[in-house]
Ligand binder design. Structure first.
Ligand SMILES: Nc1nc2c(c(=O)[nH]1)N[C@H]1C(S)=C(S)[C@@H](COP(=O)(O)OP(=O)(O)OC[C@H]3O[C@@H](n4cnc5c(N)ncnc54)[C@H](O)[C@@H]3O)O[C@H]1N2
Ligand code: MOO
Ligand SMILES: [Mg+2]
Length: 404
């Protein structure tokens, strides 16, 4: 059995980013991965402008703290004023360009207007309330690196320098199917011994949130021939095939032999709990080789292995290469519980933050207990052979860091 770190390194080394790129409107680029670094063609702000509604002045004119100045002009945002003459003030509104000659803004709350004369009851410092041209972004600077996943902040930044389109990697094409004679879709009556196909819902949502283009082959019976046939179909035109169930050692677990027959299996079994039987390989078809990831059927096992392995693998295929962006962010937090029984495997325990800043554990850590995943805020990454005592500091991976 491989250790989690070894397995992750192996997967990330195998992940070749999809080569194709396309240009999409910035308005439609949410979740995509940037294929080329973006350089700003302008300063932001583009010109000195005011942070406050008030009066643009020459600071030296107001040194007395009770200066009276003639209001010579009015400058709303989006309009350009005239040069400011000594002894005058310009009425100015947040976001408007500072007129030539002015070097400070006084908030209107510190001024009194009578007719067209304003009394400025404050001695501003030169530069007061002025946002300088280029203080956020300078012309020619790299604003976004190649390989950046575009989220709300990145899209806002790109738009702020006027980028209407962005070059991105094409979407990843992912095929999924779900093995098990017992599986039934919600909406259908449940026969004795059957269960609902919850993994289809968990995994599809995770893949959709990562921006993948899905081909869903649905439920596949526990048969070697049926599994092989779907694998062959799924390899055509897809970058990655993800399956659920049938990867353990039972006679009804046909996924591994099917992958061996239709391609190759390069990794199986990881010292983790839940998720031990995770399988990885490639499925070949006349003109395509698709990566294969076989997730365990147990619902928590497939969810956890997705977050720990599938997510970074997909990000790398999509073109993300920054190690920090691929690794799940973890926090060192206090355990407010005892977990005396050390396991030989690396455990991923469903836990929740309490309002004392510590972690509580969900009582039933079974691999089939989906209620633990809804209750929890994240996973405690507990190394092999480690018991936890109340007060120990543990490594906590919040779902918000890994659940796209
Ligand atoms: N003798 C051994 N038995 C098992 C071992 C082992 O090492 N030796 N490993 C166990 C571990 S750990 C896990 S995890 C499971 C993984 O099993 P499979 O990947 O082969 O999955 P299945 O056997 O098909 O199903 C397991 C479990 O999950 C339920 N299931 C399956 N698909 C779905 C779905 N789409 N939605 C909801 N639930 C699903 C299925 O009914 C089973 O209860 O193997 C252990 N066994
Ligand atoms: O790895 Mo299994 O996921 O322990 O239940
Ligand atoms: Mg099984």
């Amino acid at each position: 059995m491989l250790m989690v770190r070894e397995a992750l390194d192996f997967l990330l080394a195998a992940a070749r980013p999809v080569p194709d790129m396309e240009t999409v409107p910035t308005l439609e680029a949410n979740g995509r991965v940037l294929a080329q670094a973006q350089v700003s063609g302008m300063n932001v702000p583009s010109a000195d402008n005011t942070q406050m509604d008030g009066y643009a002045v020459r600071a030296e004119d107001c040194a007395s703290g009770a200066a009276t100045l003639t209001v010579s002009q009015r400058i709303p945002a989006g309009h350009v004023g005239q040069p400011l003459l000594p002894g005058t003030a310009a009425r100015i509104f947040t976001g408007a360009m500072i007129p030539e000659g002015a070097d400070a803004v006084v908030m209107q709350e510190q001024c009194e207007l009578a007719g067209n004369v304003v009394t400025v009851n404050h001695a501003p410092k030169s530069g007061e309330w002025i946002r300088r041209a280029g203080e956020d972004i300078t012309h020619g600077s790299v604003i976004l690196a190649e390989g950046t996943r575009l989220r709300s902040p990145e899209l806002g930044l790109a738009a702020s320098v006027g980028l209407a389109q962005l070059p991105v990697r094409r979407r990843l094409r992912v095929a999924v199917f779900f093995t098990g004679d017992e599986l039934t879709m919600p909406g259908e009556p449940l026969a004795p011994g059957a269960i609902y196909n919850s993994n289809r819902f968990t995994l599809r949502a995770l893949l959709q949130n990562l921006g993948c283009e899905l081909t869903d082959f649905g439920i596949v019976p526990d048969s070697l021939d049926a599994t092989r046939a779907v694998l062959r179909k799924a390899a055509a035109g897809n970058d990655l095939i993800i399956t659920s169930g049938g990867v353990s050692v039972g006679e009804e677990d046909h996924v591994k032999p099917a992958v061996e027959a239709e391609g190759k299996l390069t990794m199986w079994q990881i010292a983790m709990k839940p998720g031990k039987p995770l399988a990885f390989g490639e499925v070949l078809n006349e003109n395509n080789a698709a990566f294969f990831m076989g997730l365990p059927g147990n619902p928590v096992s497939s969810f956890v292995t997705f977050l720990i392995f599938v997510r970074p693998f997909i990000l790398k295929l999509q073109g993300v290469h920054d190690a920090a962006a691929l690794a799940p962010k973890a926090y060192q937090l206090r355990a407010d519980f005892d977990w005396p029984k050390a396991d030989r495997r690396n455990e991923f325990l469903r836990a929740r933050l309490n309002d004392q800043g510590g972690l509580e554990l969900f009582a039933n850590q079974g691999s089939g207990v989906l209620t633990s995943t809804v209750w929890a805020d994240g996973l405690i990454d507990n190394p092999p052979g480690q018991a936890i005592r109340r007060g120990d500091v543990v490594r906590f991976i919040p779902f918000s860091e890994v659940m796209p």
